[in-house]
Design a protein. Sequence first.
Length: 501
Amino acid sequence: MSSEIVTQPPAELQQTDDRKRWLALAVIVAAQFMVVLDVAIVNVALPSIKTDLHFSESSLQWVITAYAIFFGGVLLLGGRLADLLGRRRLFVAGLALFTISSLLDGLAWSSGSLIAFRSLQGLGAAMLSPAALSILTTTFRQGRERNLALGIWGAASGSGGAAGVLLGGALTSALSWSWIFFINIPAGLLVLGVTPWLLRESRADLQHRTFDFAGAASITGGLMVLVYAMTRATQHGWLTAETIGLLAASAALVVGFVVIELRSKAPLLPMRIFRLRTLTASNITGLLMAGAIFSQFFLLTLYMQQVLHYSALKTGVAYIALTLTIIGFSAVSQALVTRLGIRRVLPAGLLISAAALVLYARLPVHGSYFSDLFPAFLLSGIGLALAFVPISIGGLTGVRQTDAGVASGLINTSQQIGGAIGVAAVTTIATTFTTRFVDAHAGATPLGGAALTHGFEIAFYVLAGVAAFGAIVAALLVESTPAIPEVETVEGELVPVELAA
């Protein structure tokens, strides 16, 4: 890679830009927090939604699935569109769609209308999230500065799920389920209002503006079918003809995407990006970690509500310890990554998360919050902070500025798909071992605390193994010396990254 001299701006201009960049970070982190929050906030409100909108038991899952299909399926496409059309432009479009659909969600009058509006909300999130992360990437230089910004980003992403459960319980109990969607509106309008002032427009400095329609159609279709197949498998079984057919169709579309990208002159996802070992390792571990963490929240919520009989509000409050620990240790995590490197911090975070999952597996039928849950929450929060932040940093390390959007979409996609696979898998595992417990113990029932806890126990041990495997992958694949990204040009002139907008 050739070295180039980079022009430096005047000191006063640089100081102004520094202040503005950190304010811009607050804006995009707030938007990301909304997206992550919305993944979890709905879970607590599902019983109320079911009653008010007359959902059947089988159709209720679509309140979550409709969002997940569009969010997970369109993330990669959203990232590349940000590079091609403009990162701020796609950020604004995604946030506007997310905010409007949140209003429509709260005003939904039937099960069908809510499912349709949730699909739109997922589409808005898929446009918004990778655009926000790519703005962060092109605003902050790789190294300590970007690590600090990604530490804040990781705190928002890691704590959003736990905060969603807390806020969902509080709003549903105090007001109604509609307010879990209405709360997005003032936040969305505020962010939209300050975006033109704080965020500069930027897009990839490419010699072409050709759009890879075949690649976009194949990967978006493949990922959407995969998420749908995962959700369907939990309801109808993994070995049914329909589930196998859907998984095969998804695999065929993804393989077709790879073939298309290898031959395309303007690929949606340039395959050269996977030559970056740290990026590749971060996406693999991100997929594994998300599978463990999404599933962890899912199982813990069931344990507290169905075994310990916590209310929705009490369940949300229980997560405060975990949320605050993630936020507090995210700053520690980015500092450790800056000093020690991703290769040392990421495996440690994954191993701590695995240890916390072992503690969850040992939760008793008559568990106590402070003696059983609280220590596990603290350990889990430390592990999540030490894993989420280096995964976010690693997923963008060495990436060309022209690929910032697609790299952001890729790391988000890895996590969303990992989460979908993880929840589907642990649902099957927990249900299977709960059923086996009932069959082996006379008088036991599928909804009894002992049977449920046994199923959760096996599922948590499996998740601990997944997190430990992720630690091995990170230790083996992450580079000890990260790649250095290329300098971006604007109108033929090399300039600092933060001035490239």
